[in-house]
Design a protein around this ligand. Structure first.
Ligand code: AR6
Length: 171
């Protein structure tokens, strides 16, 4: 209970054990939160990412945080929304589970997520928020090692939607 928090902010300012990057399968940077994370972390992040040889949608890979206040960056390519019949919902849930599993394996107690896939990848926000909150909650139930997970929302519409969904759980 109460281990999930919703805040409005820029995830590049998060001083936590791990921040999550809504990446693409190349892991070589892009726009949105991915571009912001690479700019703030510096060139060494891109150099480490080049050694990872990409990542499949729904999976995740971890790097150091370099110039970021966060110790690690967990990179996950979310699904591109194509109408929902291509397994997008299960792939989005898999992103959250894969990131949290890597966080646990690397001793991370505090993890901050952006709203994966709801920007350039156009996943409908109402569906994405429900998948994010339910998947994080289910993971935390069996994993006491993670002390706090925050959804860091860049805009007010996104913050309001996550807050609404979390309130439906009574949190
Ligand atoms: N901190 C927190 N959230 C942010 C920040 C930030 N600094 N900047 C943007 N957001 P998006 P996607 C929010 O498009 O839909 C990239 O080019 C943003 O407002 O960044 O998963 C990648 O390389 C939105 O709510 O990610 C991929 O090609 C959320 O982060 C592609 O975009 C996600 O928006 C991934 O698309």
């Amino acid at each position: 209970m109460g281990k999930i928090e919703i805040i409005r902010g820029d995830i590049t300012n998060s001083a936590v054990d791990a921040i999550v990057n809504a990446a693409n399968c190349s892991l070589l940077g892009g726009g949105g939160v991915d571009g912001a994370i690479h700019r703030a972390a510096g060139r060494e992040l891109l150099e480490e990412c080049r050694t990872l040889h990409g990542c499949e949608t729904g999976k995740a890979k971890i790097t150091k945080g370099y110039k970021l206040p966060a110790k690690y960056v967990i990179h996950t390519p979310g699904p591109i929304w194509h109408g929902g019949r291509g397994g997008e919902e299960e792939l989005l849930a898999s992103c959250y589970r894969s990131c949290l599993t890597l966080a646990s394996e690397n001793g991370c107690k505090t993890v901050d997520f952006p709203s994966i896939s709801t920007g350039v990848y156009h996943f409908p926000l109402d569906r994405a928020t429900r998948i994010a909150v339910s998947t994080i909650k289910a993971y935390l139930d069996g994993h006491e090692e993670i002390e706090r997970v925050r959804m860091v929302c860049f805009d007010e519409r996104t913050r309001e939607q996550y807050a609404l969904v979390l309130s439906e759980y009574g949190d």
